[in-house]
Design a protein around this ligand. Structure first.
Ligand code: GDP
Length: 440
């Protein structure tokens, strides 16, 4: 995400490294480079000029604390400005009403239907009773797509395939939601390849009739300045409440994320980071995004993702097993599955401060866990709980069964043993484990 912009900002600020103090000259050079980086990222010219002027004034006016270098101070100023530009405080998504109705709008291909599915899943996980509504009366394929998403997420989908009136469908859906005790209704509307008048009238009519608590505008962030212009047009007609930026996992330059808030004066509420349904939707936090752009990582989001993927009981069960040296290969398998649920590996690693540069040009193999899983799947239950019984004959059988080599099986067993030994040592030091009565 925003690799180029991150790189350029990093380079601009690095030039100040070694400089003992802030001067007009070094500030001018740095600010010029920051402006160029923003323009290259497709940030609107006026905005780039405005914020770099602000950065310059602040840098020159600031008293450089002796504890921080000019480079560090500049990074802080830029981070604060980017946060400001993206809206400052995060604006939570909290629709109200019984049921709470959310209307989704946007161009065709922006990722509307995918987002509807992801939001449904997210709300379901929060314990809401959700109904998704297919209001695209032009493309039967869009209805099929939403139905598939509903099946994958276990969320009910309301459709009326013969009805060509989206206002009626939405009204009927809400009546159905009330009858069946739903707390949340998400209405997916039709999109077009270009903004056309009939479509705008239609969605305006849907909005007026169903009076949603939140109207969200979905936009493909890869489209840069076009995204900002489309958002403006939609906002003039629909007066939406928030923006959803999709495809931020791709090779986007970032201009949309950085300009939309200031141009449209509506908050970004969600970002979508992939085609997978699980763990690719995040609430938007301007400060965390600014930190990610500046390569400062985003530990808070990382921890939140971990919390979503690991449930409390499972964590306690594992902790107990670790403390008693009973962690076995079944537990390792379950750990791998949880990590995979957390989302894209490269994305996760770049949330660790300082890691984004390290993984930027590295291919992180999403399939790296596959052989490990295959090996464990090829073991008998007894072998998984007591790997020490795995002799050469068993190793050959496991390698054959999992399509791996005996060496790969050996490697896994060796690593697993090391892990157990380390855990034993830690338990001994901390008084845990079977023999550690102190821990009681
Ligand atoms: P709609 O026409 O606005 O309903 O758009 P869709 O939901 O059908 O999405 C269009 C395409 O974009 C599909 O191929 C989706 O899988 C893909 N897509 C949607 N959201 C994301 C995202 O966040 N990241 C990526 N990489 N692809 C996405």
């Amino acid at each position: 995400m925003f690799d180029n912009l991150s790189d350029k900002l990093d380079r601009a600020v690095k030039n100040l490294k070694g400089e003992g103090r802030i001067s007009e000259i070094n500030v001018a050079t740095t600010v010029k480079e920051i402006r160029k980086a923003l323009l290259d990222a497709d940030v609107n010219f006026k905005i780039a000029k405005q914020i770099t002027n602000e950065i310059r004034e602040e840098a020159l006016g600031s008293n450089v604390l002796t504890a921080v270098s000019p480079g560090q101070m500049f990074t802080k100023i830029v981070s604060d400005k980017l946060t400001d530009l993206m809206g400052g405080e995060m604006t939570p998504f909290r629709p109200t009403g019984t049921p709470a109705v959310v209307l989704i709008a946007g161009l065709q291909g922006s990722g509307k239907t995918t987002f509807t599915g992801k939001l449904g899943l997210r709300l379901k996980k929060q314990g809401k009773q959700v109904l998704l509504v297919a209001c695209d009366v032009y493309r039967p394929a869009a209805i099929d797509q939403l139905e598939t998403l509903g099946e994958q997420t276990g969320v009910e989908v309301y459709t009326e395939r013969e009805n060509k009136n989206p206002v009626e469908i939405a009204q009927n859906a809400i009546a159905h939601a009330k009858k069946t005790g739903k707390s949340m209704v998400i209405v997916d509307t039709a999109g077009r390849l270009a903004v056309d008048e009939q479509m705008m009238k239609e969605i305006e009519a849907v909005k007026q009739t169903i009076e949603p608590s939140e109207t969200l505008f979905v936009v493909d962030s890869m489209t840069g300045q076009d995204a900002v212009n489309t958002a403006k047009t939609f906002n003039e007609r629909l007066n939406f409440d928030g923006v959803v930026l999709t495809k931020l996992d791709g090779d986007t330059r970032g201009g949309a994320a950085l300009s939309i808030r200031r141009v449209v004066e509506k908050p970004i509420k969600f970002i979508s980071l992939g085609e997978k349904l699980e763990n690719t939707l995040e609430e938007f936090h301007p400060d965390r995004m600014a930190q990610r752009i500046l390569g400062m990582g985003d530990v808070v989001t990382l921890v939140e993702k971990a919390q979503q993927a690991f449930d409390e009981q499972e964590a306690q069960r594992l902790n107990k097993k670790l403390r008693k040296n009973q962690f076995d290969l079944n537990d390792l398998l379950s750990q791998i599955q949880h990590i995979k649920k957390m989302g894209d590996l490269k994305d996760l690693i770049s949330m660790v401060p300082g890691m984004n540069k390290m993984v930027k040009d590295t291919e992180i193999d999403e399939n790296a866990f596959k052989p490990v899983e295959a090996i464990i799947y090829s073991m008998t239950p007894q072998e998984r709980t007591a790997p020490e019984i795995i002799d050469n004959r068993r190793k050959k059988r496991i390698a054959n069964g999992s399509g791996t080599s005996v060496q790969q099986v050996n490697n896994l067993l060796k690593q697993f043993n090391e892990m157990r030994k380390t855990m034993k040592k830690i338990n001994r030091m901390t008084g845990g484990g079977t023999g550690g009565s102190k821990a009681a």
